[in-house]
Design a protein around this ligand. Sequence first.
Ligand code: C2O
Ligand code: CU
Length: 473
Amino acid sequence: MWPNAGVQRRYALLPALMLGCAPAGDAGDDELGLRAVAEFIDLDPSPDRVRIAVVATEATVEYLPGKPTSVWAYRDASDDQALAQVPGPVLRAPLGATIEVELRNELPDDTTIHWHGVRLPAAQDGTSTAQVAVAPGETFTYEFAAVDAGTFWYHPHVEADVQIERGLYGALVIEGDDALEVEHDRVFILDDVKLESDGSLSADTEALDLMLGRQGNVLLVDGQRRPSIAAQANTRERWRFVNAANGRYFSLRLRGAMMRVIGSDGGLLPAPMVTDTLLVAPGERYDVLVEFADAVEDLVLETVHYDRGHNVPDPGPLPLIDVFVSGGTAQLTALPTMWGDIPALPVDDATPQRELVLTEDDEDAAAPRFFINGAQFPEGDPVMVDEGALEVWTLRNDAEMDHPFHIHGLFFQVLDADLRPRVELGWKDTVNVPRESSVALAVRFDNPGEWMMHCHILEHAERGMMGMLHVMP
Ligand code: C2O
Ligand code: CU
């Protein structure tokens, strides 16, 4: 009972050859076509205001054909026809607009919405310090300005390891001067779920789920298992990737086509970066331009093994999206020459430095604990800084596995070994800190308030690898 079976079938018929092209043996179980993720209805006619209404609710989806899965999901409350789906609708807003979101909680538990990556007022951040969580049956209205163009996402900040895993997440796209002329601008939210053979979300939590963040046995793109898309030769598409998984690292590879990374967490990069593989850690976003050559084979976007520590075995490449390219008369247009403008933060030897040490204690494998500077959240003192201050932070990972670290409410720049900003990586709000090594950041504290910072492996955040940052006005 796929909610949008009709739409799905229509997409599946697009390239007539699609069925024949599907890899032998897989054709039966794989989704064909990509169900387009709906966008929220904007209730405000004025261009500088986007007003939406969303319900968080229990729902049923079909990750595996014929096997319903009970999930928690977002539904557009303004659309009578809309079903709750995973991911939630895309929230698209123009740069500079005010975004107003009424959240109604129809879940059996408290929830909130956190706007990951958005530089908003602290009271709108959706964390447990920013607000009292929205109780079942209650509503809460968020309001903030869209101050940066880029790819962001939204998700609860209450029991995030449970609630996001159950399906509560969606994309927020802010469009401005970063608009590019492309054939398609697509959002691909990557996730994985651990399913039982009857399709239900597994209720069993193993030690490894806690240690690594739950890694599912079914990979999802926009809530669908191995969807396919039809592309045209000699065209260029923009793919916006969001990693919404609890713990899985996606290392993306698209053999036979060029991937040009043009944006990261905070918007456009100063110049595109061509790459074969693109690591997307939990919480991170990347915008990529993909070009299809004239005589291109049918392509598969896959995720290849990335060694994140703790001897996670290599399962070999895992397919995410089939791309069926058909010939045509299109002519590839010239690439833009103007990209993001990212001034380097002025750090030098005199810039105050601070160290955050990430550690884990897995002596009791069934109850691993995670720490920042020896404190397991909510223990530990907040980091106190003055508004406007600039600091160099060293994230030192003493653990045996990588930790993707996220700071709320602001962007930072990653520094090289000589503490020079790597502006080529763009503005970041989440950065992977490889095991037993360090990553240095330059951070300007230009947004006052009490912010959270944490590992974006959700099981780690919920088991202590989280801290508070007070930016004092
Ligand atoms: Cu996406 Cu505090 O997180
Ligand atoms: Cu972690």
